[in-house]
Write a protein that binds this ligand. Sequence first.
Ligand SMILES: [Zn+2]
Ligand SMILES: [Zn+2]
Length: 306
Amino acid sequence: MSQKETALNKLEAFDRDFSALLKKYESENPFQRPPAITEPEDLEQRLSEGRYLLRPCGVEFRSDMSGQYALDLFELLLEYMPEEGDGLQAIQEKFISGEVDRFKLLEFIFSNQGPDIARIVRQHGLSFDLMSMFAVYYGRPYRAHAAKRLLKDVDLKLWTAGYCPVCGHWPSLSHLHDKEGNRHLWCLHCGTIWPFKRLTCPFCLNEDYQKLDFVTPETNEPYRAQVCSKCKRYVKEIRTNLPLDDVPFDAVFLGTISLDAAVRQEGYIQESPLNVRYEDPEGNELLLYRQQRGTCSGGSPEDEIE
Ligand SMILES: [Zn+2]
Ligand SMILES: [Zn+2]
């Protein structure tokens, strides 16, 4: 077996084990107090205005679940990423000793407080990249559970933005159905998949085909990156004929890190996985406003718990 095949098999195994772990935690309610949900009409109104749905105000996490899930997740990451063992164990130790308060961390993750997570990383001398990855996966069953509740009766066709309709993060992958030609974006943070226009940049909504291009790996792989010369962002894309539910998004996301490096080398910018907006003077202001409406500190009173 070639080195590449071994790596791919390992990722597929990770995807399978991680999906099983998620299922275990998604099937039960992981919240002591879940995010508020309003009527489907109200949610659809929000979607049509480009305001994502998840508001973290007043949320409380179940203590038994948040502890056990962290342990299970560390075990899984250590098994599949032995080369990052030292860095992961350093985070795990801070967790187990209680030096990193898991409830505070979950709260920061859930309400997108990237700078607070960065502060914890600095304070304890941890790896920012590993902590970001851990944070994304640690928040996942909570966000995925909330996403399922929020999207139960709403039509995602109302959503036309490039960021996630549930949690506001930028897409981590795009999927293009080879036969049918329709495109969907995938959110790493909550697992939501939503339809999106094919020849459009998810970050700045640029549709000028002369400013959109693809970076493809030298080998004949079913993935590539759509790059936008207007905002300098990119999104990785996989082409398959699989039904969306069967696309191994996590495995593809983790398995295409070499493509990220190639695209960055061409001058494109990779968003931190913790970002919910980008540093464009126009887009930033609008999204900052949206984000603040979704958190407890900056929203108007009627936008908080309903
Ligand atoms: Zn999301
Ligand atoms: Zn763009």
